[in-house]
Write a protein that binds this ligand. Structure first.
Ligand code: G
Ligand code: G
Ligand code: NA
Ligand code: MN
Length: 251
């Protein structure tokens, strides 16, 4: 397949780029950190989004070197920011199957010099359901190092509440499909958001709403006690050069 061939060369040719989308404190509006989102500048096709190439990268195992690049690049970028800002990175299930995940994260932290508590790893429920023994062990080790774990796209998977209760994580990211339903006019639309925020709070976890696009959605999330928010209302994912001044201004 052509795309696969191109994907194999993309790393060496420097065609990948990370964009960074802030997540903010609902209470203060201050930026808490940025999530790194992978972009591929294909020489002929132009910008290719992760939905189109991550599945292929997972099938072919290319996700391992790509994931390593993402980790190193994002940590190195975060080293330039004020030290209270976090960097969030998305992990694929395949990255947990390799034996090197923990050591590669330790390496990226050491190389960049950033404190481990600034690194947040986003994993989906699918990741943790896949090979729960190995994933459980890896996440436990990472948390012992001080790295934070966020459960991404929460509410779209099939994990049971008792499973989640046993799982070592720090934050729940409420999937944007629930956030997009939020309208102040209906009590009904709030119920899932409220339930997820309370679920997170009662387990002692932070909650982050994804895909916040309007002031109205933000106001509802604030009333329901959601801790952090992320979405186009605050900012689209930005090139590193465009966030650096923004990050510095917060210092
Ligand atoms: O905004 P965007 O289209 O970039 O993100 C689409 C999906 O791709 C998201 O679900 C996100 O988790 C995933 N994604 C983005 N960047 C990365 C990455 O570096 N690694 C992995 N594994 N997934 C990513
Ligand atoms: O699954 P994950 O949360 O990692 O996905 C991030 C994806 O969501 C990226 O593709 C990003 O561009 C997209 N995204 C971020 N904020 C918004 C938003 O406010 N609205 C919509 N529709 N998409 C968003
Ligand atoms: Na994600
Ligand atoms: Mn994410």
């Amino acid at each position: 397949r052509n795309l696969e061939k191109d994907l194999r060369k993309a790393l060496a040719r420097g065609e990948f780029e990370l964009h960074y989308q802030p997540f903010v404190s609902v209470e203060t509006g201050r930026i808490c950190g940025y999530e790194a989102l992978l972009r591929w500048h294909h020489p002929e096709r132009g910008l290719v989004l992760p939905g189109e190439f991550i599945p292929l990268a997972e099938e072919t195992g290319l996700i391992l070197p790509m994931g390593e690049w993402v980790l190193r690049t994002a940590c190195a970028e975060a080293a330039k920011w004020p030290s209270d800002l976090k960097i969030a990175i998305n992990l694929s299930p395949a990255q947990f199957r390799g034996k090197e995940l923990v050591s590669s994260i330790v390496g990226a932290l050491a190389n960049s010099g950033i404190a481990s508590h600034r690194l947040e790893l986003e994993v989906t429920e699918t990741v943790i359901m896949h090979d729960s023994g190995a994933v459980f062990a890896a996440l436990g080790q990472l948390r012992e190092l001080g790295v934070r774990i966020a459960l991404d796209d929460f509410g779209t998977g099939y994990s049971s509440l008792s499973f989640l209760q046993k799982f070592p994580f720090d934050k729940v990211k409420i999937d944007r499909s629930f956030v997009s339903e939020l309208a102040s006019a209906t009590e009904e639309s709030r119920r899932i958001a409220r339930a997820v925020v309370r679920f997170a709070t009662s387990l002692g976890k932070t909650s982050t709403a994804e895909g916040v696009e309007t002031a109205e959605q933000l106001a509802i999330l604030r009333e329901e006690g959601c801790v952090e928010a992320q979405g186009y209302y605050f900012s689209r994912p930005l090139q590193a050069s465009r966030i650096a001044p923004l990050a510095q201004r917060k210092a």
